[in-house]
Write a protein that binds this ligand. Sequence first.
Ligand code: AMP
Length: 574
Amino acid sequence: MIAFARTCAAIAATASKLEKIGLVAEYLRELDDGDLAPAARFFTGNPFPQAQERSLAVGGRTIVEAAAGVWGVEDAALSAGYRATGDLGAALGPFVRPSHDLGLFRDTLTPARFAVLLGEIADAAGKNAQKRRRVLCERIFSACTDPLEATYVIKIMTDELRIGLREGLVIDAVARAFARDPGAVRRAASAAGDLGAVALAAKHDALDGVTIAYHAPVAFMLASPIAYGTEYKDLAAAAWLVEHKYDGIRAQAHVTPGRISLFSRTLNDVAASYPEIVAALRAVPGSFALDGEIVAVRDGRVLPFRYLQARLQRKEVAPELLREVPVQYVAFDALARDDEFLLDRPLAERRAQLAELFASTSDTLVAAPWSALEEGAAPEVVHERFEASRLAGNEGLVFKRSDSPYTPGRRGKSWLKLKRELATLDCVVVAVERGHGRRVNVLSDYTFAVRVLRQAQDDRHELAVIGKAYSGLTDLEIAAMTEWFEAHRLPPDEARAAYARLDLKRHEIPVEPTVVLEIAFDIIQKSDLHASGYSLRFPRIVRLRPDKSPQEADTIERVTEIYAEMLTREGVRR
Ligand code: AMP
């Protein structure tokens, strides 16, 4: 990884796009096949193929502990380095001692080897997962021989490469490295959802072979959440198509004469469970691949998701069930039509293709209605449409940039989803931390807890950590919070007890458990990461709750309740 790191440093040092492309191209050109795919992925900042939706799940604490084990890290120097850079890679890298043992007994950290170890970290599961992740981190670090190498290795692990490379530049670099047409590389990249595979195809002149194949599913494009609020900054500078957010099951339909597949979110073919959709698709002429949502409907109204449950995972569907829970396929995207591959076309054009295909539709098959949202539309306009969606029985809205391509497996900013939170939790802040980047000198990261009964008979509550949130407060609020938390750190003996009791990490600063925050999240997961036994996905701060005392914060029972509600839903959806 030394050459990779040197290339990254050179890329970071220039503002010229052309130079950046040249540097990446030059580096990639020299690699053998085993290293080429992972190295191309690393440049996009993602250690895994995007289509895989895999994540590393290794925390800063594990990285610091592993680094300390291998290199002997001094706390004070690490804190100073971190404060100066706001970047764990840059702070830890300098602790690497150059090697004197000629490397005879060490692993050399090639991109291929690094990718294998990262894969093992991502796959670590079960009771000893945390320990296993740490051991793997130690293996990676002991193979680093150079501070710059370690810096960039850690930057990849912490998802903080930040060298000013957007994926578009890496695509251009792959084209340059192997003298291919950038358009062909871009097209292959959207089909494969993995720049690694595309780099290999470019090297071996096999880009034409990377295409959508009927009955082989493409990873689903995903939407990023935006918060329901009083302003919509993310929507400001573009034109959008707005659709309802249907509360159903995502499904990708592939239709060729004589064969129909319906792929679920997990990319399994579930066509057998929806014979009426299969029949309706069969009546549409030609070959095509669509993206959409299966919903339960009655009398023209979308029913809540729980009605659909009876239809899930059936190999055969009894006629009564077909009558009781009629379903509809609401198509919202066209991925391919006949021999034409549409992923790299703008959404507006894909929707036009969809409209042509669905010139006449049935009760079972519809193209999702959409409306246009002008650039800079007022929040009232957004809210009006939101309420209309809710009235129709749907969950909220999805905004899609009309000029955007379909990017498989990617949760980007071209699709945004707006829901109102199903539930939020009022949590107590127990520890705080400095942020990253421009927030490195303020206390912007908050570890929060819910209440748990100490003993069943006892009505005294203790706090158990459930998560950590970084986003949601304004700079002004963060500044005020910083001042308050600085003044309310726990004194040393209480702090020591708090570290043990709450299982806090070394860099977390225990504070008086007084501040209550309202936290929104996407889902609750069981997890041994925190003492509460649960963790939250995408936690974000909705607001400060100065009106609530810590004794009024939510309890673990409430968490368990919300988890149980979600389980039925999520268990079948994901
Ligand atoms: P969520 O499950 O809340 O993360 O929201 C993402 C899901 O919303 C997607 O995976 C789809 O299954 C679903 N969805 C519903 N309506 C739409 C739509 N109009 N466009 C895209 N996705 C939609």
